[in-house]
Design a protein around this ligand. Structure first.
Ligand code: NDP
Length: 449
């Protein structure tokens, strides 16, 4: 028997282990959801009968393909790319593309699986999918990135479409890469089909506030969790991991809401700045110059750079993990609590290990899992699709207001669902069950497909 699993769910999990050998991140993501679904099967026994959970755990379609490309010196490289179209009960498959050397099928499947429930939580008409490649964009020129994106899209395009599958960005994929991918899709299909990709540039069909959305949304979620405890971000000390898209805009919104952000990181090390992180500097170094974060401390006297440092050892009231999966373990969770941390909202997907989650929950701190706390990114992608479909373009203010409303509703839904299923204050239970119910009910309605 696996710890934490109901007797009806254990065989389902064992089957997932058997059918997907070696995909440990996928196993972890499935376990985290199954662990919370026991009470759902008591209330809705029909879901067991129609094998909804087994069906949700098996992707509708998995695409794996070769991406050959040439570097600037004429050398040939072969990468592997993936698109896992997990569940389309609620709408076209929707989820980002990740370019990182660690990518393999297990990572894409964990992300795609989480995406199903996250997208359901937004209450918007989007199914769940995810893709990516083991391509490493670090140190590559613009032309190399372009050739890689063009080669990838030359194969992937046949599986995409605004009503079929709509990718976006993730680690290593931002507006630049989406541009090259969209350009190649347009060229091959001879269609200006804006709604086929989200995260586009503002001049060519992108949505205002999409770049900011995941980070802003995570902070809105943190603010709601604090409000539920008669607290707010104003005057709080915040630590963020990462210094990419999610981290940068989480820092920006936290600062706008009156918090002081004292530390952030990249894959080489951390910076601590007791005067408060100067965001324009981070943005220039990471977004414009694409250099290492250590440059920040070379330039600014009040800052300290620690190579391979642990950002969770920096004392804070609120932690926002915004880099990658399993970046915050049990020891880190203990350290955060010892240092007085009262809330954790996940900008990244599955950044906290199962042990870390248990420690947060035992300590009774406000813990918002990624599938709820970072859903603002995909929600704003769905808003981008709405604007594309109506040939419209909304203002930043309007889009940010919609994003905020969506995050407030996600928080409310998770909070109330956790209460209803006997786990008050447990956002993991609330998010998993609320997301699952929406997908499961749609799947029942659509028949055995
Ligand atoms: P970026 O590529 O923009 O930034 C990633 C950041 O995390 C960088 O600072 C990077 O450091 C660091 N990082 C990445 N991998 C590792 C690693 N293995 N170890 C340590 N540090 C690492 O990605 P995003 O900001 O877009 O994504 C961050 C997280 O947020 C991911 O978990 C992603 O799935 C999740 N997410 C993103 C959404 C989006 O809209 N972009 C939506 C929802 C979730 P370095 O610069 O050194 O590589």
């Amino acid at each position: 028997m696996t710890a934490g699993l109901d007797e009806k769910l254990e065989p389902i999990y064992q089957d997932v282990l058997k059918r997907n050998p070696g995909e440990k991140e996928f196993h972890q993501a499935v376990h985290e959801v199954l662990e919370t679904l026991g009470p759902v099967l008591v209330k809705y026994p029909e879901f067991a009968e129609s094998k909804i959970i087994q069906r949700i755990c098996e992707p509708e379609r998995q695409i794996i393909f070769r991406v050959p490309w040439q570097d600037d010196d004429g050398n040939i490289h072969i990468n592997r790319a993936f698109r896992v179209e997990f569940n389309s009960a609620l709408g076209p498959y929707k989820g980002g593309m990740r370019f990182h050397p660690s990518v393999y099928l297990g990572i894409i499947k964990f992300l795609g699986f989480e995406q199903i429930f996250k997208n359901a939580l937004t209450d918007l008409p989007i199914g769940g999918g995810k893709g990516g490649s083991d391509f490493d964009p670090k140190g590559r020129s613009d032309s190399e990135i372009m050739r890689f994106c063009q080669s990838l899209m030359t194969e992937l395009y046949r599986n995409l479409g605004e009503y079929t599958d709509v990718p976006a960005g993730d680690i290593g994929v931002s507006t630049r890469e989406i541009g090259y991918l969209f350009g190649q899709y347009k060229r091959i299909t001879n269609r200006y089909e804006s709604g086929v990709l989200t995260g586009k540039g503002l001049d060519w069909g992108g949505s205002r506030a999409r770049t900011e959305a995941t980070g802003y949304g995570t902070v809105f979620f943190a603010e709601e969790m604090l409000k539920a405890r008669d607290e707010s971000l104003d005057g709080k000390t915040v630590v963020v991991s990462g210094s990419g898209n999610v981290a940068i805009y989480a820092m920006q919104k936290a600062q706008q809401l009156g918090a002081k952000v004292v530390a952030c990181s990249d894959s080489s090390g951390i910076i601590v700045d007791d005067e408060g992180i100067e965001l324009d500097r981070v943005r220039r170094i990471k977004e414009v110059e694409r250099r290492r974060l250590s440059v920040y401390a070379d330039e600014k006297k009040s800052a300290k750079y620690v190579e391979d440092g642990n950002v969770w050892h920096v004392p804070c009231d609120v932690a926002l993990p915004s880099a990658t999966q399993n970046e915050l373990n049990g020891k880190d969770a203990k350290k955060l609590i010892e240092n007085g941390c009262i809330a954790v909202a996940e900008g990244a997907n599955m950044p906290t290990t199962p042990e870390g989650i248990q420690i947060f929950q035992k300590a009774g701190i406000a813990y918002g899992p990624g599938k709820a706390a970072n859903a603002g990114g995909v929600a704003t992608s769905a808003l981008e699709m709405q604007q594309n479909a109506s040939r419209d373009s909304w203002t930043f203010k309007h889009t940010e207001e919609r994003l905020r409303e969506i995050m407030v509703n996600i928080h409310k839904n998770c909070y109330e669902t956790a209460d209803e299923f006997g786990s008050p204050g447990n956002y993991v239970v609330g998010a998993n069950i609320a997301g699952f119910l929406r997908v499961a009910k749609a799947m029942e309605a659509l028949g055995l497909v």
